[in-house]
Design a protein around this ligand. Structure first.
Ligand code: FAD
Ligand code: EPU
Length: 357
């Protein structure tokens, strides 16, 4: 992948909402040497900076008056068996969904529950991607991130990444960088994944259990789980190629036992799931639907009919339109349930994040 640095580049084809936005400067980099070149280039060195992967978890609320750095290194290295697991080192620019399918199909299972998640592998630890009962935290060995201060690539063990529900130390560093400056942004160049040996299926997720039972598949192989997850996702989520979206726009809120008891009393049919430690995860989609927002459209931005947690671009919507709709959803849920929904999608203003998440 050649190093590219261009002025005034449209980001429409680099974000899965498909909204129009322009980057003042746009670079495509394959590694540490290219990143160092950007640090040494006085035209862009001190500008606000956004690191971009596949653009499947960002909303551009307007033009980005800074430098967008698209991370593109490729490569998958099987490091073999090391203390009870197979280690695979993957470059940040590898598409995640293709990686999962390649590993399952080549007899290296362990990521099948995370099938079909869009985006690039470098972004996987940023929000600790998760689905169908598995988070990448459970399959991460280390993150290899470029350190702008030393110019070196740091190997950060998984237990130092501070991974939580759609959260990580990297996500907090990105949030802080809008204040501390672009040189403090983490740049993930590769991750090393850890596939447990012997393989064991992860099947505790209700929807997955139901679908496997419906297929009379009591002892699923990795390929069975992979196929069922792909089928569930294709049924439930819009294909960004057809309908611009970034998956779930909000996180599912986590509340205390007391808050949960009060919510159940006021809304007996609210959807919730018990978590370790006595807290509960509340189904955000259910609350949005209870506010009668499923399927609404405002200026070509919409709440997806198939899954109220997903906001969509029905064609010609701007990032600002989608942000306005997101704020309306937040306000309506806050008014009715007293819960502030937190965006999962990273909302990018003209020089950094607009809404914290
Ligand atoms: P981008 O959107 O490009 O970037 C996301 C954030 O990570 C930004 O803050 C960006 O600055 C930062 N970033 C990206 N690459 C790097 C890097 N190399 N170094 C440092 N920072 C970086 N997510 C889930 O967790 N589970 C799901 O089931 C799921 N389903 C989805 C379904 C659909 C249809 C869509 C559109 C999205 C879905 N997502 C899901 C969200 C999204 O796919 C993931 O968050 C994915 O990891 C984002 O990858 P990306 O490369 O597109 O990141
Ligand atoms: N849940 C459980 N156990 C279950 C079922 C659900 O813990 O058996 C939890 C889920 O982890 C989820 C919440 O309860 O956080 C609601 O689950 P639901 O099946 O209704 O899924 P959702 O909220 O529509 C969430 C993720 C999706 C992911 C699906 C499938 C968020 C914000 N969204 O969607 O991720 O694909 O579960 O696991 O958590 C995305 O992040 O963009 C995304 C699409």
């Amino acid at each position: 992948m050649p190093f590219i640095l261009q002025e005034r580049v449209s980001l429409k084809s680099f974000n899965t909402f498909g909204v129009e936005a322009q980057a003042r400067w746009f670079a495509q980099v394959a590694g540490a040497a290219d990143l160092q070149r950007l640090l040494d280039d006085s035209r862009v060195r001190d500008l606000p900076r956004l690191i971009l992967g596949g653009g499947s978890n960002v909303l551009f609320a307007g033009d980005f008056n800074g430098l967008v750095v698209r991370i593109c290194p490729r490569g998958i290295d099987d490091l073999g068996q090391i203390d009870g697991a197979r280690l695979i080192r993957v470059a940040a620019g590898e598409p995640w969904a293709e990686l999962v399918e390649h590993l399952v199909r080549s007899g290296r299972p362990g990521l099948e529950n995370l099938a079909l998640i869009p985006g690039l592998t470098g972004a996987a630890p940023i929000q600790n991607i998760g689905a169908y009962g598995l988070e990448v935290a459970e399959r991460l060995h280390a993150v290899h991130a470029w350190d702008p201060v030393s110019g070196m690539v740091q190997d950060i063990p998984a237990d130092q990444c501070d991974l939580g529900y759609r959260d990580s130390r990297f996500k907090r560093q990105i949030r802080a960088a809008t204040v501390l400056g672009p040189q403090t942004l983490p740049v993930v160049l590769a991750v090393t994944l850890r596939l447990p040996q012997p393989w064991r299926p992860v099947t505790g997720y209700a929807e997955l259990e139901r679908e496997l039972a419906a297929r009379a598949c009591p002892r699923p192989a990795a390929a069975d789980i992979f196929d069922v997850v792909c089928s569930l996702r294709r049924r439930k989520l819009p294909d960004p190629a057809q309908l611009g979206n970034a998956g779930s726009f909000f996180k599912n809120p986590v509340v205390s036992r007391e808050q949960h008891a009060s919510l159940i009393e006021r809304f007996p049919s609210i959807v919730s799931y018990p978590l370790a430690g006595g807290r509960y995860k509340i189904g955000a989609a259910w609350m949005i639907e209870a506010c009668e927002l499923r399927g609404v459209t405002r200026a070509r931005a919409g709440v997806y009919e198939g899954q109220a947690l997903v906001l969509v671009n029905r064609g010609g919507s701007t990032g600002a339109d989608i942000l306005d709709l997101a704020c309306e959803v937040q306000e309506r849920v806050q008014m009715r349930f007293g819960i502030q929904l937190e965006p999962e999608v990273q909302i990018i203003g003209d020089s950094g994040r607009l809404l914290s998440s």
